[in-house]
Structures are given as structure tokens and as C-alpha cells.
Design a binder for this molecule. Structure first.
Ligand code: HEC
Ligand code: HEC
Ligand code: HEC
Ligand code: HEC
Ligand code: HEC
Length: 194
């Protein structure tokens, strides 16, 4: 191979690598912004609320999940501050009695059954071990949906190779099973699938 051939080969190779790492992922995912911003920091540090005030296990054992307007209206029946997001929240959602259509980063496919109560009460796991630092964030990042599967990108995790995913990110079937094996749990297919 002469030098020119080698240069073309390297340029093509580099081009494909860049395409694979940077262009391909952005083609794979469709990006959405949350309907309004919500700061976990304001709500935990400024108001002194705990996670449990908005996310709790109900008396029937089911997890409350994302809070509804009912959890907010005791403070937000009127506009409290100066922010545009809070004004929209009060005027367009609370006063019109409409729920905010939040995108849920961690949402699993319809056929998966995931019980919070077993993990947070029986196994005493922290929210951070599966959700990372979401509870101490100031802004909501964009939501990314995989164009092929329709699933949130968080199921796969932020790293395409899955090698450098930070702790508390990525929740593929193997991630669930790996932790269950470490805890000597064997759960059959129908334990996790509806
Ligand atoms: C004032 C109520 C409130 C409190 C207190 C609160 N949250 Fe939230 N939480 C929300 C709302 C609203 C959402 C939906 C918007 C979002 O994704 O942040 C949410 C969403 C979440 C999600 C789901 C993210 C997703 O889409 O998968 C996690 C995880 C979470 N909160 C963790 C926490 C933790 C941990 C704490 C305590 C440190 C906490 N929250 C305290 C209101 C609250
Ligand atoms: C205990 C009172 C209290 C409750 C309950 C509460 N908030 Fe707030 N919220 C506040 C305060 C205080 C601020 C800061 C107002 C300011 O000065 O801008 C705030 C600010 C906000 C803002 C604008 C700032 C931001 O980006 O977060 C939004 C949006 C908001 N709240 C939504 C919610 C939602 C949704 C819920 C219910 C899940 C909720 N709040 C429950 C007290 C509360
Ligand atoms: C063992 C991992 C794990 C732990 C620990 C955990 N979660 Fe989750 N969480 C998940 C998974 C998986 C989902 C998606 C469930 C689904 O879509 O059915 C989820 C979903 C959620 C949602 C969104 C629910 C919805 O509407 O779909 C909220 C809010 C949430 N978790 C908050 C918390 C909070 C707060 C804690 C700590 C008290 C916590 N989680 C602990 C794994 C975990
Ligand atoms: C980091 C560890 C960890 C992760 C990740 C995890 N689990 Fe678990 N899971 C546990 C432990 C520990 C228990 C046992 C709790 C107990 O009963 O004491 C459990 C229990 C369960 C149970 C109840 C089993 C039974 O028969 O009572 C189901 C269902 C389950 N997990 C589903 C899931 C799914 C689905 C995921 C992934 C989305 C997941 N888990 C991720 C640790 C984990
Ligand atoms: C510990 C919980 C758990 C167990 C046990 C489990 N699954 Fe899953 N499975 C999941 C979760 C979570 C997903 C969704 C995330 C993903 O696609 O990896 C999933 C996804 C799948 C999918 C769809 C794959 C895709 O990429 O869309 C199939 C098929 C599947 N499981 C079959 C099975 C079979 C067959 C068994 C029994 C041998 C089994 N699962 C046992 C948690 C579990």
C-alpha cells in the first residue's frame, strides 16, 4: 500500500469511528424537553421536605411513583416566586386541574414488573443505587427515547458501550439479574414479567 492509499484508509477509518461514536447515537435517539423544569434541590433543601413526602409506599404496598398535583397544591395554589416555570405550573396545571405529563427517565417496558417496596423497604436500598443523583438535581435534563424500541435511554444507560456507565445508571434485564445473583435470589421469568 502506498502512502496515499494509507492516508485514505486512515481518513475513512477515522470518519467511520467518529460516525459510530457521535452521529449514530444521535440518530438512534429522539430528544424531548420536559414540559416544565422542576428542581429537586429547591424542594428538599429550601422547603425541608424529604423524598418520602412525594414518593412513598402506599398502604396496599404499591409505590406512589411520580407525585400528582395533590402533593403540590398545598403550597402552589398561588404563585410563590418569580420563575416562569412555577407560573406555568400554577396557571396551566394546578388551576386547570391538569397533571403535568412528565417524561419518566427510568420507566421500564410495559411487560416488566418492578416492585419498589421489596427493594427500598425489605432490602433497604437507597434511591441513589438505582437512580443516581436525580433526587439532588437542580434542572431536568432532556429525555431521550430510542427510535427503535421506544424505550427511555436510561434503560440502556448513557454510555453506548455500557462500559463506563456511572453507578445508578442503566437498568437492562442483565443489571437486575446481576444484583439478584449477588444477593442469592433466583427469580423466574414471570417474577419480573407481566
Ligand atoms: C416536592 C415533591 C418532591 C420531593 C420532596 C422529591 N421529589 Fe422526586 N420527583 C418529584 C417530581 C415532580 C418528579 C417528576 C419530575 C422529575 O423527573 O424530576 C420526581 C421524580 C423523581 C424520580 C424519577 C425520575 C425518573 O423520571 O425516572 C426520582 C428517582 C426521584 N424523584 C427521586 C427523589 C429523591 C431521591 C428525593 C429525596 C431526596 C425526591 N425525589 C424528593 C417531586 C419530588
Ligand atoms: C412545602 C411547599 C412546597 C410544595 C409541597 C411544593 N413546592 Fe414547588 N416550590 C416551593 C417553593 C418555596 C419554591 C421556590 C419559589 C421561588 O422562590 O421561586 C418552589 C418552586 C417550584 C417551581 C419553580 C422552581 C423549579 O424549577 O423547581 C416549580 C416548577 C415547582 N415548585 C413545582 C412543584 C411541584 C410539581 C410540586 C409537587 C410535586 C411542588 N412544587 C411542591 C414550595 C413547594
Ligand atoms: C433496585 C432499584 C431501585 C431502587 C432502589 C429505587 N428505584 Fe425507583 N425505579 C426503579 C425502576 C426499575 C423504575 C421503573 C419502574 C417501572 O417502570 O415499572 C423506577 C421508577 C421510579 C419512579 C417513576 C415511577 C413511575 O411513575 O413510573 C420514581 C418516582 C422512583 N422510581 C423513585 C424512587 C425513589 C424516591 C427511591 C428511593 C426511595 C427509588 N425510586 C428507589 C428502580 C429503583
Ligand atoms: C442493586 C440490587 C438490585 C437491583 C439492581 C434490582 N434488584 Fe430486584 N431485588 C433485590 C433484592 C435484594 C431483592 C429481595 C428483597 C427482599 O425480599 O428482601 C429483590 C427483589 C425483587 C423482586 C421480588 C422477588 C420476590 O419473589 O419477592 C422482584 C420482582 C424484583 N426484585 C425485580 C427487579 C427488577 C425488574 C429489576 C430491574 C429493573 C431489579 N429487581 C433490580 C435487589 C436488586
Ligand atoms: C430480575 C428481573 C428479570 C427476570 C428474572 C427476567 N427478566 Fe426479562 N427483562 C427484564 C427487564 C427489566 C427487561 C427490560 C429491559 C431490557 O430490555 O433489558 C426485560 C426484557 C426482556 C425481553 C425483551 C428484550 C428487549 O430487548 O426488549 C425479553 C424477551 C425477556 N426479558 C425475556 C425473559 C425471559 C425468557 C426470562 C426468564 C428466563 C426473563 N426475561 C427473566 C427483567 C427480567
Amino acid at each position: 500500500m502506498n502512502n496515499k492509499g494509507l492516508t485514505f484508509f486512515l481518513a475513512g477509518f477515522l470518519g467511520m469511528l467518529l460516525f459510530g461514536w457521535f452521529v449514530f447515537p444521535s440518530l438512534m435517539y429522539q430528544t424531548f424537553e420536559q414540559p416544565i423544569q422542576f428542581s429537586h434541590v429547591i424542594h428538599t433543601e429550601l422547603t425541608g421536605m424529604s423524598c418520602n413526602d412525594c414518593h412513598y409506599v402506599k398502604s396496599d404496598g404499591r409505590f406512589s411513583g411520580i407525585p400528582t398535583n395533590e402533593n403540590c397544591s398545598m403550597c402552589h395554589l398561588a404563585v410563590l416566586g418569580e420563575t416562569e416555570d412555577e407560573r406555568i405550573f400554577v396557571e396551566e396545571y394546578i388551576l386547570k386541574d391538569r397533571e403535568v405529563p412528565w417524561f419518566v427517565y427510568s420507566r421500564q417496558p410495559e411487560n416488566v414488573y418492578f416492585p419498589h417496596v421489596q427493594h427500598i423497604q425489605l432490602a433497604e436500598m437507597s434511591c441513589e443505587s438505582c437512580h443516581g443523583d436525580h433526587g439532588s438535581t437542580e434542572i431536568l435534563r432532556s429525555f431521550q427515547r430510542n427510535r427503535l424500541s421506544g424505550y427511555s435511554r436510561d434503560i440502556w444507560g448513557p454510555s453506548i458501550s455500557r462500559i463506563n456507565n456511572p453507578p445508578g445508571t442503566g437498568m437492562k434485564m442483565n443489571d437486575c439479574i446481576r444484583c439478584h445473583e449477588d444477593a442469592d435470589l433466583t427469580i423466574g421469568c414471570i417474577g419480573c414479567h407481566k
